[in-house]
Ligand binder design. Structure first.
Ligand SMILES: Nc1ncnc2c1ncn2[C@@H]1O[C@H](COP(=O)(O)OP(=O)(O)OP(=O)(O)O)[C@@H](O)[C@H]1O
Ligand code: SF4
Ligand SMILES: [Mg+2]
Length: 368
């Protein structure tokens, strides 16, 4: 790795990143899928950035590209000053050790034939100390760290004897045992019973604070993003459409799509959970045939005819660390010329009735 220091800037810099998949449609033809388009995002040391958006918006692909688990079609992912696409040999091994992932499904990500102790030891066999006793000590410490105690009881167990929450703790122990600097957690609690979700998220937050982890947290759940992230990036059709400090974005989202996602989140009052919520109608677009201009325009209640369907709005910086990609906020204004119009979006009566599976999910899920 390069001789990067904190003074050099963000630990992770995603720069104009695009990811395209080629999907075969018949024996002779295939079509490109625009999973991620022109995403730029910096993560400071110890920062948590949540990535939210509907199903298919490109969150997982972005997270995987940021770990070099899928190849970028354009743009770069710079880790500590070096392009991860160029890592080979020892550099790549070091990156694989220092950048870890936690995936959604603790059922499929753990081999049912391995005991917990072996599962947590496995990454150490590849990247850790050669001495067995040292590895065992690290495994026990990692299990204690994720509150699977007494650790000596858990090392002998098989994953199928554990609850979903305990299994996800094993996945976290596997990721943390290498003491990474950077973690991508892709919907880490969405497949766990509701009673364990907050505990797991608090655990991740604690571990992050202890180890000053830089954390990319992919989620459908805006409420947890608000609680656990420093900033939130809202993705739509593969692009970041809004990026802002978490609390401010929840209080005063600018982009009509971000407003619509927020409008779908039930408030804390239990009576509100049954209330019908206004959500922009229509389905998320097909990543193989995205609408022209702003990809949100067919669903946007405040689209500007003649502009939104033809011109892709660039992500521009507003005041207070906000970035937004919407023609309501022209590049030459600091706060947007049409805030009144923008305020209509998301809560508009003109918005079609709820069709998003995301919006109908119980809890504070923002999308399906
Ligand atoms: N390996 C792949 N091959 C082809 N298309 C893919 C592949 N992975 C993802 N896609 C497509 O890329 C787009 C973005 O998918 P992605 O999984 O990144 O979205 P997501 O926001 O994580 O969705 P979800 O919330 O459902 O997990 C989708 O249209 C998806 O079908
Ligand atoms: S106003 Fe236009 S640019 Fe802004 S979200 Fe709606 S369609 Fe997109
Ligand atoms: Mg995903």
């Amino acid at each position: 790795m390069s001789a990067w220091t904190r003074a050099d800037g963000p630990v992770l810099r995603i720069s104009e990143l695009s990811v395209r998949f080629l999907v075969r449609t018949s024996f002779f033809s295939s079509r490109p899928i625009a999973a991620v388009t022109d995403v730029s995002l910096d993560l400071a040391v110890g920062e948590t950035v949540a990535v939210v958006g509907e199903s298919g918006s490109g969150k997982t692909t972005l997270g995987r590209a940021a770990l070099r688990l899928v190849e970028a079609s354009a743009g770069q992912v710079i880790f500590e000053g070096a392009d991860i696409a160029g890592f080979r040999g020892a550099e790549l091994r070091s990156f694989r050790q220092r950048a870890q992932a936690i995936f959604q499904d603790p059922f499929s990500s753990l081999s049912p034939y391995m005991r917990v102790g072996e599962l947590v030891e496995e990454p150490l066999v590849i990247h850790g100390p050669s001495s067995r006793s040292e590895r065992e000590a690290l495994v026990l410490a990692a299990l204690e760290q994720v509150k699977l105690t007494p650790a000596s009881d858990f090392v002998e167990k098989y994953p199928h004897t554990l609850s979903g929450g305990q299994r996800q703790r094993v996945s976290i122990a596997r990721a943390m045992v290498l003491r990474p600097d950077y973690l991508v957690a892709d919907e880490p609690v969405s497949m766990i019973d509701a009673s364990s979700r907050a505990e797991i998220l608090y655990l991740l937050k604690d571990l992050q604070a202890q180890q000053e982890l830089t954390f990319l947290y992919i989620t459908h759940d805006l409420a947890s993003a608000r609680h656990f992230a420093d900033r939130i990036a809202v993705m739509y059709a593969g692009r970041i459409v809004e990026l802002a400090p978490a609390a401010q974005l929840i209080e005063a989202a600018r982009h009509p799509y971000a407003k619509a996602l927020l409008a779908a989140v039930p408030g804390p009052d239990p009576a509100n959970r049954l209330r019908q919520r206004p959500v922009v109608g229509g389905e998320p677009p097909d990543a193989g045939a995205l609408p022209s201009g702003c990809a949100f325009h067919p669903r946007c209640p405040v689209a500007i005819r003649g502009t939104c369907e033809t011109i892709v709005p660039p992500l521009i910086a507003l005041a207070d660390g906000y970035q937004v990609a919407c023609h309501l906020y022209p590049a030459d204004s600091s706060e947007g010329a049409s805030d009144g119009a923008a305020d209509e979006a998301g809560a508009s009566d003109g918005a079609a009735s709820m069709t998003s599976s995301a919006a109908s999910r119980p809890g504070s899920s923002a999308s399906g």
